[in-house]
Design a binder for this molecule. Sequence first.
Ligand code: ATP
Length: 289
Amino acid sequence: MVVLEKAPAKINLSLDVLHKRNDGFHEVEMVMTTVDLADRIELTLLDQDKIKVVSESRFVPNDERNLAYRAAKLMKEHFQVKQGVRIFIEKNIPVAAGLAGGSSDAAAVLRGVNKLWGLEADIDELAELGAEIGSDVSFCVYGGTALAKGRGEKITHLPSPPPCWVVLAKPAIGVSTQTVYQKLNIKQAEHPDTQAMIKALEEKDFAGICTHVANTLEGVTTKLHPEVNQIKEKMSEAGADAVLMSGSGPTVFALVAQDARVHRIYNSLKGFCPEVHIVRMLGNRETTC
Ligand code: ATP
């Protein structure tokens, strides 16, 4: 038996860091939405009691460090499953990019082995389990558009943004989320107006969404990697409606309403950035292949 799952990347329309908690995590408020750049996860039932990860990406570990492996292990232990699974990951999402690629793979495995092993857990239970793997996994279990609070695991679903193009550009650097949080000065950083972003989504107000994109972590990453600002400038000059760094970076995204501008923005980045993608905002909760 084989189960296929789509593991879409996310972007942060807004990301606010409120304060550092006593448990070491940061309290955040993030408005996230999925885009149609996705890893493809193929799960094959194994009769033996083992988990095997196969990925052709040299940036992703094929052992128990892989978040997809950890998701399968968690499900096995939680539901006392005796069967195994072979997890094949077709990696299309840039790694360590601020696009939650690993979290989305883990979420896809939670959904997928639930079907493969006939466990019948509901999606809220999978999202709750996902929080044990990583802060973005709960959101990725659902996909779509949502407000994520707490350390990212408290999810409130939101209306999807109006359809538009998204240009993603990742410079040839990886960013450690941990380092960015360590260097963040919460008081001095820029903070988004999360409520205004939510209102814009509720009103399907594309201009409002563009006005309110903001990311508290952006200032830290741009200081470490000035390329991020150069990408933002190039995108703006080429006619993007909004530009922002996603997550802790370094990927920058442009929101673009007009078809005619998308290729201009893409071309302005091609050659400057090794990874540039034109994708659509997914917005809805589409997670099957
Ligand atoms: P986030 O936006 O949630 O901070 P990210 O997009 O910045 O995530 P990932 O692509 O998820 O980062 O990768 C972060 C690290 O996790 C990498 O160093 C990578 O080696 C490791 N990793 C483990 N499993 C995976 C996976 N399935 N896909 C990608 N990276 C993985």
